[in-house]
Design a protein. Sequence first.
Length: 380
Amino acid sequence: MTGAADRRRHVEARGGGQATWLRPGAGPPRWARWAPPLLLAVLGTVQILTPPEIELGLLLAATPPLAALAYGPVATGCMGAVAVAVAALPNAGPDQPVHSDLLMIAFVAVLSVGISWVRRRRDAQLVSVGSVAEAAQLAVMPPLTERVGRVRCAGLYRAAERGTLVGGDLYDVREGPWGVRALVGDVQGHGLAAVGTVAALLGAFREAVLDEPHLEGLAAKLDRRLVTDNARAEHAELFATALLVAFVPGSPTVRLLSCGHPPPLLLRAGSAEELAPEPGTPLGLGLTAYAPPDQLLLDLAPGDQLLAHTDGLSEARDAQGELYVPVARFAALPLEEREGEPAVLVGALWRDLRGFAGEVKDDVALLVLAPTEAEPDPGA
């Protein structure tokens, strides 16, 4: 998917898509556009209707700066000219407005035109920089397609640092010679400081999917990537937790390998069950040669789904300090959402998390995987 509209949809799907003044395609707030002409009309009417001894003309000087917030230089200049004209009306003062008052309003109007011109140029620069940054972050972690191989999937990502699309969490789903592989991970730290580690892990994962037939080898390559980066950067101390998922071609069996990551959930018939793969050590510690833990093998029935997440979900707290319990919260969702498509489910979980915890201050990644009927593997 390409284009500004598609990029905005991807941003919204990751939980960080609040419309902003400087986002491409978004104009100033409606109140900012209506306030200047409304203020002119109200002050002009009030000044005409009030007794001549009451001086309100100076209040018109507030109109041009207000217009500079939302309009360009030409429109701001027109607003300033109208303000000067209204101030010069016969009833604008005790007899006639003094020249100093008119000069002050005119000076403020000219100054507002200059401010509007500078603001317009700065907005254009910020939009350009923001578009480049958005494209770069989407290149690091592009949006998921609705289907990878025989697996339907949907993900939701919310970075803790406001205004960013990528933080310290990551996920990806790729198809390789040995079937569909999925990764959900959480690197040390969050925000922009963790983006480099996220990019390195995702790059290593995409390469390993093509080369490694087993999850153990895939985990070892991810670990080697972090250990190598640690050796190159002084006092880096990079590490990450990860959950690796492999869908066996031509079989309902799925393999799970946990590198110190929160356990995933099996969603079956509208209920949730927390799985318990053997927790291995996180990636990148470099204490010894990496020894992956034993895999958990699970046979999925038609309609089953897997929910993988980061600790931004399971460690969220409400105002009273109570933890968010994914299994219990899932059971409280409406049935049509619990049994819905992956995209419906991740949206429902995010809304429930926001309602429970209010402002979520940690990176959050949700990934729902729903394999379709296993097709015979001609190369089995």
